[in-house]
Design a binder for this molecule. Structure first.
Ligand SMILES: Nc1ncnc2c1ncn2[C@@H]1O[C@H](COP(=O)(O)OP(=O)(O)OP(=O)(O)O)[C@@H](O)[C@H]1O
Ligand SMILES: O=P(O)(O)O[C@H]1[C@H](OP(=O)(O)O)[C@@H](OP(=O)(O)O)[C@@H](O)[C@@H](O)[C@@H]1OP(=O)(O)O
Ligand SMILES: [Mg+2]
Ligand SMILES: [Mg+2]
Length: 350
């Protein structure tokens, strides 16, 4: 097969067409060691991604969790999404011993967004003054560590208004940590299971925006969300209600016929400025932000959630429904830029 011999060592050449006009690119081999759950591996490491990557000399190699990390590789990049203190220690120790390897992302930074309190800290203080009048907020929220019954007084003291969204404090990759409730009144708080955060529900017209960030690339998509809660409902309804997972990718609202004032994407310069600040604040390169526009306003936005290296593709192997459009090419470009930067560095140090 034409070009077959040009596959750099480490590649199996399967099903790929490497152009002979790109010899320079092929010299820059980048080995990405990955440590992902099997679910994440299936959804992320799609054949299309691997083929596109290989054409640019980027190879994905599974990390063997039963062997010392330092004995594996060598890797240029370690891409990981695994939970637990044990893994965090392994990766921290590895990063110290191998500062030349890019770890995506630093475990300390990931840990910060696994707690729904620290996740949103510092966001309201970001300097976004020059953004055409758009502003960013986080909903008022408080943490309940134990005994949610006695938290009712604290909720009132803190000035939080019902209905409140109750979210598990810790995100640990389980379905339970994404199990949310809407609490309409004080009494219903006793039924909740701490530790959790109680967050004011913000009416936003039933549409939210998912801002995906991969290095320097930003993509924004619309998804359906929860409908507004009217004053009448607020007055009449009581108790707690389990949230449906309305914002899952199958509920993409990109092609729906929506009220333009609700559906209009947040202004591009505003999103760019926000992401620029967030990269620094969070110390992450792979994340997404869930944003909503306060209903009735044009440019008042709230961040309600941040996810590390989120799901990018749904129903892997049946078909890849891209949650982040074109994520395969975006990741390849991201890694390719990294390879080039490494190569340039090497030349500078010669
Ligand atoms: N404060 C809020 N006001 C209005 N709606 C909210 C609020 N918080 C959450 N929601 C709705 O609930 C959904 C789930 O909330 P959130 O994104 O915080 O949970 P999650 O479990 O972290 O979700 P994900 O699957 O994105 O990780 C949101 O996408 C949005 O539709
Ligand atoms: O599994 P899915 O494809 O739904 O992806 C979800 C992802 O799980 P994954 O990392 O195993 O892919 C979640 O990660 P954890 O917070 O649980 O670590 C979180 O990022 C969700 O926001 C993603 O759902 P989405 O917001 O995109 O609908
Ligand atoms: Mg979310
Ligand atoms: Mg989340």
């Amino acid at each position: 097969m034409e070009g077959e011999n040009m596959v750099p060592h480490g590649g199996d050449g399967e099903g790929e067409q490497v152009s002979e006009t790109e010899p320079f690119q092929q010299m820059q081999k980048l080995v990405v060691g990955y440590a992902l759950t099997s679910k994440k591996k299936k959804s992320f490491l799609q054949p299309k991604l691997e083929v596109l990557a290989r054409r640019k000399g980027i190879y994905f190699v599974a990390i063997d969790l039963n062997r010392p990390l330092s004995e594996q590789g060598p890797f240029d990049v370690v891409l990981h999404k695994l939970l637990g203190k044990e893994w965090q220690d392994v990766i921290e120790d590895y990063q110290q011993k191998h500062p030349e390897v890019t770890v995506l992302d630093p475990p300390g930074a990931i840990q910060r967004i696994h707690n729904r309190q620290s996740m949103l800290q510092g966001l309201a203080d970001l300097n976004l003054s020059d953004c055409g009048g758009s502003s960013i907020f986080v909903p008022k929220q408080m943490v309940v560590l134990k005994d949610s019954a006695s938290s009712a007084d604290k909720v009132v003291e803190a000035g939080l208004k019902f209905p409140l969204v109750a979210k598990p404090l810790w995100i640990d990759g389980t379905a339970k940590s994404h199990q949310l409730f809407l609490a309409y009144d004080r009494r219903s708080l006793a039924e909740l299971d701490p530790p959790l955060v109680l967050q004011e529900f913000v009416n936003h017209g039933g549409v939210m925006f998912k801002v995906f960030v991969v290095g320097d690339t930003i993509k924004v998509v619309r998804r359906f969300s929860l409908p507004n809660i009217s004053n009448c409902q607020k007055a009449k309804v009581d108790g707690i209600f389990q949230f449906p997972r309305v914002s899952s990718a199958s509920a993409s609202a990109d092609n729906a016929d929506l009220d333009p004032s609700v559906a209009e994407l947040p202004p591009k310069p505003f999103v760019e400025a926000l992401v620029k600040e967030l990269r620094v604040l969070l110390g992450l390169r792979l994340f997404n932000v869930d944003m909503i526009r306060e209903h009735g306003s044009k440019n008042v936005f709230y961040v309600i959630d941040i996810n590390y290296f989120p799901g990018l593709c749904l129903k892997p192997f049946v078909y890849c429904y891209a949650k982040m459009p074109d994520y395969e090419q975006v990741f390849v470009d991201f890694f390719h830029n990294m390879a080039q930067a490494k190569q340039n560095n090497r030349h500078c140090n010669l």
